[in-house]
Design a protein around this ligand. Structure first.
Ligand SMILES: NC(=O)c1ccc[n+]([C@@H]2O[C@H](COP(=O)([O-])OP(=O)(O)OC[C@H]3O[C@@H](n4cnc5c(N)ncnc54)[C@H](OP(=O)(O)O)[C@@H]3O)[C@@H](O)[C@H]2O)c1
Length: 265
């Protein structure tokens, strides 16, 4: 049986909240089977049964901590045991440390890098051979508007998301000839649990409403972009204008702005 004869399967990391939950809902409504990955099993199980009930799709959960170096291999192994080929990978799980680099214990820094750099890259590396063999695949990597913004003082987040943006484009160039689209999705401020986890909820709530998007809108535009084969997607008019305005900022001015304008310092 080829990928064209069966319902396609999407693996969504970070499906227990925010943008990941919205991706799961969107892909289920488009008749995809799902593998939902995160640490909070109760939330994943609830979402899986809701989406199975609503859309008749198969939805399985894999409980995993993606800051554990063993997680990507274990996840791909479990998907194979479930008999679910990963046709679509949504590399979404992520967070930003709420403390400055030098105040953060090394174990937490290493966990942040493992979660958002190594696990993201390793999951792609592990699913690409089968996608190449079937000559079809879709990969969405959550970058951020932060990737094209001035660096945030003491945060690895902007550097990490710049890596994801750059890496996605490189892999899209390599894999497009095999029918695999890779898209870096770069949202701006999006309603989710992100700022609760980071400890910046009060500062986030003081930002004007027009800067914010709903996760469903981010996902709709991101999924349309990967389907159309666009390597980069900056969702929403406000974010597109912000990105265009920031692009010509010279490095030294960007450095100054990063130090002075960060609302989450
Ligand atoms: N919200 C924004 O303003 C914004 C803007 C630009 C980019 N982004 C990016 O969008 C992505 C999704 O963020 P969000 O806004 O939806 O945040 P969120 O609501 O906090 O959701 C984050 C998801 O990541 C999962 N996760 C975190 N650490 C994990 C770990 N160690 N192992 C496995 N799963 C883990 C969480 O699940 P568990 O806690 O259950 O494990 C949760 O499902 C992130 O990559 C973020 O950087 C967000």
């Amino acid at each position: 049986m080829t990928a064209n004869d069966r319902r396609r399967t999407a693996l969504v990391t970070g499906a227990s909240a925010g943008i990941g939950t919205a991706f799961a809902r969107h892909l289920a409504a488009e008749d995809h089977d799902l593998i939902l990955v995160a640490r909070r099993a109760d939330r994943l199980a609830e979402l899986a049964s809701e989406l199975h009930r609503q859309h008749g799709i198969r939805a399985e959960i894999i409980t995993a901590d993606l800051s554990d170096p063993a997680a990507p291999a274990a996840i791909v192994h479990r998907a194979a045991e479930l008999g679910m080929p990963i046709d679509i990978l949504v590399n979404n799980a992520g967070l930003s440390a709420g403390t400055k680099f030098s105040d953060t214990p090394w174990d937490s820094v290493a966990a942040e890098l493992q979660l958002m750099v190594t696990a993201v890259t390793e999951l792609i590396h592990r699913v690409v051979p089968a996608m190449k063999a079937q000559r079809w695949g879709r990969i969405v990597n959550l970058s951020s508007l932060a990737a094209v913004s001035p660096p945030g003082e003491g945060l690895l987040y902007t550097g990490i998301k710049s890596y994801v943006l750059n890496m996605s484009q490189s892999l899209d160039m390599e894999l497009k000839p095999f029918g695999i689209h890779v898209t870096a999705l770069c949202p701006g401020f999006t309603h989710s649990e992100f700022h609760d986890v980071m400890g910046t909820r009060d500062a986030a709530d003081r930002l004007p409403g027009f800067l914010w998007q709903q996760p469903e809108d981010v996902v709709r535009e991101g999924w349309a972009a990967v389907s159309a084969g666009k390597p980069v997607c900056i969702p929403g008019v406000v974010n597109k204008v912000s990105a265009a305005a920031m692009r010509p900022i010279p490095g030294r001015i960007g450095y100054f702005l990063g130090r002075t304008l960060n609302p989450f310092k």
